[in-house]
Design a protein around this ligand. Structure first.
Ligand SMILES: Nc1ncnc2c1ncn2[C@@H]1O[C@H](COP(=O)(O)OP(=O)(O)OP(=O)(O)O)[C@@H](O)[C@H]1O
Length: 228
């Protein structure tokens, strides 16, 4: 569970807060869209969940832990339970698809036999089993995002944060990525996705949290994108 209680975040040297008095609870297994204009605070919300930044005031709690009070040595464990995907994929350019996904397990010390079993199954799930030996530059944008998704979920995180994952994709490719996110969510992962993609939000009809100038102005079950 992710709980924000009256969270305000003001970056150093800034007058206006990036987030202001935001309260919301995201239950385990939910799928939530975070929408709002550029600069409204969506990425800041996601960064707070990852403890990449800390709230200036208020409380962010993830799986029962108050991130404002979390000791530094606990942060890697927090982040191991949270998969991330971004608009620009962020695959390692010199590594194949298989190596990119396997690397996510190697860095957390998973044994080779686990890796040999888990990686092919995950690539199968995202439909890239036949492209495991390709380099990222040899893939389409949609395939690169599938590889990034495989890497994000290969260690079965409880939470998946997606920051504009369809931002660089054409509409039909985006549909495929959203189907995958939907499947990952149905398999039990909590999904929190920041997006400008109104078509995707309107088609999925999931909970929508809307930010404007750092304030939460709408929290709607089975919502729509709702602003121009
Ligand atoms: N590291 C930082 N230092 C100072 N100000 C920042 C920093 N990161 C973000 N901001 C400011 O905080 C506000 C919210 O930014 P944020 O990136 O969270 O918005 P966003 O909704 O994700 O925008 P976009 O849709 O363009 O990605 C903006 O005014 C931005 O300029």
């Amino acid at each position: 569970m992710i709980t924000f209680t009256d969270v305000t975040k003001t970056y150093p040297g800034q007058k206006r807060p990036a987030l202001s008095g935001v309260s919301a609870t995201i239950e385990d297994g939910e799928f939530v869209f975070l929408v709002g204009p550029s600069g409204s605070g969506k990425s800041t919300f996601l960064r707070l969940v990852l403890r990449e930044t800390r709230a200036t005031s208020g409380q962010v709690v993830v799986d029962g832990r108050d991130l404002g009070r979390m000791r530094g040595w606990r942060i890697p464990k927090l982040r191991r339970g949270i998969g991330t995907v971004f608009q620009d994929f962020r695959l390692l350019p010199g590594k194949t698809v298989h190596e990119n996904v396997a690397f996510a397990l190697q860095v957390i010390g998973r044994p080779g036999r686990d890796i040999r079993r888990t990686v092919p199954a995950t690539l199968e799930m995202v439909g890239l089993a036949d492209k495991a030996d390709r380099l990222p530059e040899e893939l389409s944008g949609g395939e690169q995002q599938r590889a990034a998704l495989a890497r994000a979920v290969v260690n079965a995180p409880r939470i998946l944060l997606a920051d504009e994952p369809t931002g660089n994709l054409d509409p039909s490719t985006s549909v495929g990525i959203m189907k995958l996110l939907d499947q990952i969510n149905k398999d039990g992962t909590t999904v929190l996705m920041a997006t400008h993609d109104s078509t995707v939000v309107d088609q999925m009809r999931r909970r929508v949290i809307e930010l404007s100038n750092g304030e939460l102005i709408r929290d709607q079950a089975q919502g729509v994108y709702g602003y121009q």
